[in-house]
Design a protein around this ligand. Sequence first.
Ligand code: FE
Length: 311
Amino acid sequence: MIGFIYHFACATMLPLQLALKKTIMNTQKFRHIEKLVEGAQTSDGAGVKLTRVLTGKLQRRLDPFLMLDAFGSDVPDDYIAGFPDHPHRGFETVTYMLSGRMRHKDSAGNEGFLENGGVQWMTAGRGVIHSEMPEQIEGVMEGFQLWVNLPEKHKMDEPWYRDFASDEIPEYVTADGVRVRVIAGESHGITGAVTRKDTEPLYLDVHLPAGAAFQTPVPLTHNAFIYVYRGEVTVDGAKAGKLRMGILSNDAEDVMLNATTDARLILIAGRPLNEPIVQYGPFVMNTQDEIHQALDDYRNGRFVGGAQVKK
Ligand code: FE
């Protein structure tokens, strides 16, 4: 009898529980696409064609990120000239090479090499002069360069960089078959190749099979965006197509992505610094005086040419 009552109670409770669960699921709030951005075609270095996805006018909205360039071409003339010697001061550069071969050299004689799936993280700090040159004369060169700002207190730190081969980038695969490469930060309990204080960047490369969903929390404090480089996804129900950046709203913690086709995207988030941003080309400081100082230091050979290489 007790068993009967128990079963009866369970049977009547079940629809209620399901309805409750559905309500909870329906009311979970996700970050939505606040704005879709189509990058601007431009060229940089000695004439490398690229798409500037994150431009100067978005630096405040997407603080601490200063720039995102996407490059991708199988036409050697689009990339062969590379980026000969140039300086940086005041921020970090993150180069993610999806496909291709690139050599990095700085004026202290340090060298690094980046190829298919590899990442170079460079903290320019008080200054480096370096070159980034393709080491291929044909084939596809595709990837991204992201600039992450440094807080005022660390802008003049000693420069360093580190190269990560593709197999050094931590990865995981979800039950839905979504492959996630964790370049920076932490996701689903996996710590990325790089973790940084202050800006706490999250940098994921997410590969979704058609029909798959991927959910990840991004701290409410962080600004976040995606850039779709293959296929198409929806974010909280709104479409983000290929070669589009979706700036994500700051009104929820979680991000929910659904792939309408096989899709690949990068998901990037970071804690804003909320400090003044004064940029002059490859120098990003807090005041105009510091920019004048950077120019003066560069012109007078005070950029000690080289970064410490971390292993
Ligand atoms: Fe550079």
